[in-house]
Design a protein around this ligand. Structure first.
Ligand code: SF4
Length: 334
């Protein structure tokens, strides 16, 4: 279980079944009642990284909206004609148990503590309401790696139950973790696990706390053997020295141990973060070279220049395509 040092709980959240269960989990640690999560989560001039090193959990009750339209830089679904299925995301969990150097959350949130909204039923109801307008794709881990939080609160389990009752909603759970115990459940046809993969050097240097690429691969195999739908994401591709060979080796290793037919699709992308968030995270992180690349500003984002992007398409894109075919590979950008 993630080691949170204390719990801040909104009075309204403490008065719910989930809130009471969380308070019980923190019987041996400080529990502080607050009026609004903003008192802790939205304080200016906090150090995101200092809070990540000794995180607290904040439990609150969310207000609507419980569902957002995903921008194109978040999603590209290979195999689907553009516009065929709308893509939505939600924000029940903000910030992450893991701590990747390139994570946009450190530019988006003023606070490094984890914020969880306890009113799952409102998120599920909003997702069910949206399905009345037609099928769609729902990303439930855009603002966190929710399987990593499962030991604290079984959010993925809740979305699995939701998926079984709402076949028109395809729920995507994205992770850089080991195989979650949930994989032992009966798979749902409309719940997809996407594992994000990076070469060992990138993972060791820049993906703090995440499972090793070898353990992610073990998880992928376990998910496939159990019959789950599985996708892969190579995102962001990090241009460290020797990156072409590192990504080629990684992709070759994946498809040596996993049959290509078992991978529904793969996406890949490069660092791309909205200007405000990017500038904030770069200013706060002099300690990691990954954020001090000579990025360019394009489409309102900070990203690699067009030659670098083309090089990523030529190498990672073509290699993935050679295994999966063009219709199962997509580049995600602006
Ligand atoms: S796993 Fe994803 S959400 Fe979590 S720190 Fe890394 S990039 Fe951010």
């Amino acid at each position: 279980m993630p080691s949170y040092r204390s719990l801040y709980v909104e009075a309204s959240a403490a008065d719910t079944a989930v809130g009471r269960a969380l308070v019980a989990q923190f019987a041996d640690r400080p529990v502080v009642e607050i009026t609004s999560y903003h008192e802790v989560f939205s304080r200016p001039s906090e150090s995101f990284q200092a809070q990540k090193r000794a995180p607290s959990l904040i439990a609150a009750v969310a207000s609507p909206p419980f569902l957002y339209e995903a921008p194109s830089r978040v999603c590209a679904r290979p195999g689907a004609p553009p516009g065929e299925l709308p893509v939505m995301y939600n924000d029940q969990l903000r910030n992450c148990v893991y701590n990747c150097d390139y994570c946009f959350l450190q530019g988006m949130h003023p606070c490094g503590h984890t914020l969880v909204f306890v009113n799952s039923e409102d998120y599920h109801e909003a997702a069910a309401d949206r399905a009345k307008r037609g099928p769609y794709w729902l990303s439930v881990s855009f603002l966190s790696d929710i399987p990593a939080f499962e030991p604290v609160l079984p959010l993925v389990r809740g979305w699995l139950d939701f998926a079984r009752e709402h076949p028109d909603v395809t729920v995507e759970v994205r992770t850089k973790g080991k195989a979650p115990p949930l994989l032992r459940s009966e798979p749902a046809e409309n719940l997809v696990f996407t594992w994000t993969l990076s070469p060992p050097l990138v993972a060791a240097r820049h993906e703090h706390g995440c499972a090793s690429p070898a353990n992610r691969l073990i998880a992928i195999r376990a998910a496939i053997e159990r019959g789950w739908r599985v996708r892969l994401a190579f995102d962001p591709v990090i241009l460290l020295p020797g990156w072409q060979a590192a990504y080629a080796e990684l992709i070759a290793e994946v498809f040596t141990s996993v049959p290509t037919r078992a991978i529904e699709a793969a996406t890949y992308g490069v660092f791309r973060v909205g200007l405000d968030h990017a500038n904030r995270m770069i200013a706060a992180r002099s300690d990691t070279p990954v954020l001090h690349h000579p990025f360019v500003s394009a489409h309102g984002m900070l990203t690699y220049d067009e030659h670098e992007i083309e090089a990523v398409r030529r190498t990672v894109g073509r290699t993935l395509t050679s295994y999966l075919g063009a219709d199962r590979v997509a580049f995600v950008h602006a």
